[in-house]
Ligand binder design. Structure first.
Ligand code: GSH
Length: 207
């Protein structure tokens, strides 16, 4: 049985759990990894992922890290072309938003999120938090403009891009910063909230 390692408070772990559920793939979840009880810095874990990060999936002798790659692998493994289209341009459109979330958006929010949610004292700097909140709102504004023109992130149907961006949007909403008004994002999130996986992985206990 496929195994996924990683604490569910990680947005990167939750995106993989959501894809597994969405694709109907059976799995064992080991949620203790990257908590004080199960370090990712042991030689055994580093042999799985030399970055000492979660998530990791293990299937027989196949080990994979890097959450977006895992999501794409799982969608392809399940033959779910609705989640990850095979058409070159359609697929690139999905991948673009996934990669944008992991690069630009994550970099924008890091200072605000680490200070205000994780309460990490090394991020306790009001100027950096304010700058981060501003960049985060600007990035979310790009998503809002997009969703004024289409029903879903990569087009008119639900794909991996919606999963990744919904989790990211949930994090933005959960972080106590001043939030820009994003009506198209609100309408899209309200539609996604009908999905049980969205309700489970965008729950209040997972900011
Ligand atoms: N690019 C990686 C990033 C993974 C990542 O940053 N994971 C974080 C949790 S979101 C982690 O493992 N942090 C170390 C820790 O919590 O000990 C991916 O998308 O899988």
């Amino acid at each position: 049985m496929l195994k996924i390692l990683g604490r569910p408070t990680s947005i990167n772990v939750r995106k993989v759990l959501w894809v597994l559920d969405e694709a109907g793939i059976a799995y064992d979840h080991e949620p203790q990894w990257a908590t004080p009880g199960a370090s990712t810095k042991t030689p055994e874990y580093l042999a799985l992922n030399p970055n000492a990060l979660v998530p990791v999936i293990i299937e027989d002798d196949f080990v994979l890290w890097e959450s977006n790659t895992i999501c794409r692998y799982l969608a392809a493994r399940a033959g779910r072309e609705d989640l990850l289209p095979s058409g070159l341009r359609e697929r690139a459109e999905v991948e673009k938003w996934m990669d944008w979330a992991s690069t630009d958006i994550n970099n924008a929010y890091r200072d605000a999120f680490m200070a205000l949610i994780r309460k990490d004292p090394t991020y306790d700097d009001a100027g950096r938090v304010a700058a981060s909140a501003k960049r985060w709102n600007a990035a979310m504004g790009i998503l809002d403009s997009l969703l004024e023109k289409r029903e879903h992130v990569a087009g008119e149907t639900f794909t991996l891009a919606d999963i990744v961006m919904a989790l990211s949007t949930h994090r933005w909403r959960s972080t106590p910063i001043e939030h820009a008004a994003l009506p198209a994002v609100d309408r899209w999130m309200a539609r996604l909230a009908q999905r049980p996986e969205c309700a489970a992985y965008c729950a209040p206990e997972y900011p």
